[in-house]
Each structure stands twice: as structure tokens, then as C-alpha cells.
Design a protein around this ligand. Sequence first.
Ligand code: NDP
Length: 237
Amino acid sequence: MSEPRRVLVTGGNRGIGAAIATAFAQAGDHVVITSRTGDGPDGVQAVPCDVTSAEQVDAAFTQAEELLGGPIEVVVANAGITHDTLLMRMSDDDFSSVLDTNLTGAFRCARRASKGMLKLKRGRIIFISSVVGLYGAPGQANYAASKAGLVGLARSITRELGKRGITANVVAPGFIDTDMTRALPDKQQAEYLAAIPAGRFAEPEEVARVVRFLASDDAAYISGAVVPVDGGLGMGH
Ligand code: NDP
């Protein structure tokens, strides 16, 4: 078994983030989640953080490093939002607020995490994107743009920090059963279900297992990759 690592998961109080934090903790890693509201899953400590604030991201990392006794070795940028509406009705704020959380928020976390990882000469940066980032979706121009941006971010980090033992990868979930997807109208859920070759939605734990693999020693030579967890929905990316 490999040594326990210091792991930070953003938006780990519920949904996919909570499943990811739980998976790492159950494997023996030392995990802190960031949360705007609420606690972490059982046995996982939480620090407050809104990822739209660089100051809060910095403070959350500092607090997590104090709690865990050293620099973060694995960061999972998971926090994300949607503000769906058709392009012609999409306000500047609809667009920029989603970009600020999903893309710039992930950038803020990666930038802060890279400081400690460079000192350690190792690290794993994992961005939670979406099948929609490369597939597109009506009403989600803002969300798709933010999730596609994570691919360029991961690939640039890979080129910049690859020689320093740091990998950066993107996980692209399809339709996962969480608050985010439960909020979609029944008709849209049925349309997605019909389009998914696997014929079902997925549980958050199915994403968590892939994230944990990308953070493992076995994935040391995987970087700049986009790994789908979508039951085949996005084939052709
Ligand atoms: P949820 O809506 O269940 O959870 C979203 C999480 O992000 C919450 O913890 C939320 O915190 C946090 N968050 C949102 N905005 C901010 C912010 N500004 N600062 C800090 N935290 C914030 O979503 P999911 O678990 O479904 O999604 C997790 C990630 O997976 C997202 O990036 C999403 O885009 C992505 N994804 C989800 C899919 C799905 O089918 N569910 C499919 C593809 C990708 P709070 O509780 O305080 O609101």
C-alpha cells in the first residue's frame, strides 16, 4: 500500500465532492474538504472556502496544510455550478459567474496547490469537468465553456510542471445522480437517459473511483488526459 497522502477536495460537503473525499478517506489518505455551507462527510474535516475568492482559496489551503501537517499532495477541483439558459437570454452575469466558479475557481486552486507540490516535487491535480465540456448542450453555453476550459488548463499545467513530478488531469462525468441533476426537468432527464449507451445514470462513487485512480502511483504516467465517466454518452470526443 502506498503512503497516505494529504488531499484537498473543493465542494466536498455534498454530491460528487463528498463521494470523492469519502473514497480517499476510506483508502487511508488524510483528507480535508472545502465547503461554503455544511460539514464534510463522516470523518473528514472541512474548511470554509468560496472558490470565487483568491483570498479564501489561499486561506483554505493554509488551514488544510496546518490540519494535515504539510503541503497538499492531491487537489481535486470539484466545486461547480450551473446557470442554464438559452444563449440569446444569457446575461453577462450568467456567463461570468459560471466561469468564475468552474474555471477560474479551479485555476485558483491549482495555482495555490502548485506552490507546495513544486517544493515536494510531486503532486496530482484533478479537475472535475463534464461530458458537456466537449459535447456541448443547449442552454449550457456558459457551463460548457467553463468545463472545456479545464482541458486547456490541465494540458498547460502538464506541459509546465510535468518534469516536476506533477500530473494534471480532467475527469469528465456524464449524468451522475446528485442535487445538480435532480434539479433538471423530467423531460431532460429522460432525453439524457435515452442517449446514454449504458442505459442508466451513475452514482457519485463511480466518479470517485476514477479520481482516486488518477491520484494513485499507478497513474504516474497519465497527464493532460480527459477521462470520461459517462456510460459512453460522449464517445467521439
Ligand atoms: P452539487 O450541486 O451537488 O454540488 C456542487 C458543490 O460545489 C457543492 O459542494 C457546492 O457548495 C460547491 N460550490 C458551488 N459553488 C461554489 C463556490 N463558489 N465555492 C465553493 N464551492 C462551491 O453538484 P455535483 O456534486 O453534481 O457536481 C460536482 C462537480 O461535478 C461540479 O463541478 C459539476 O459541474 C460536475 N459534474 C456533475 C455532473 C452531474 O451529473 N452531477 C456531471 C458532470 C460534471 P454548496 O453546498 O455550498 O453550494
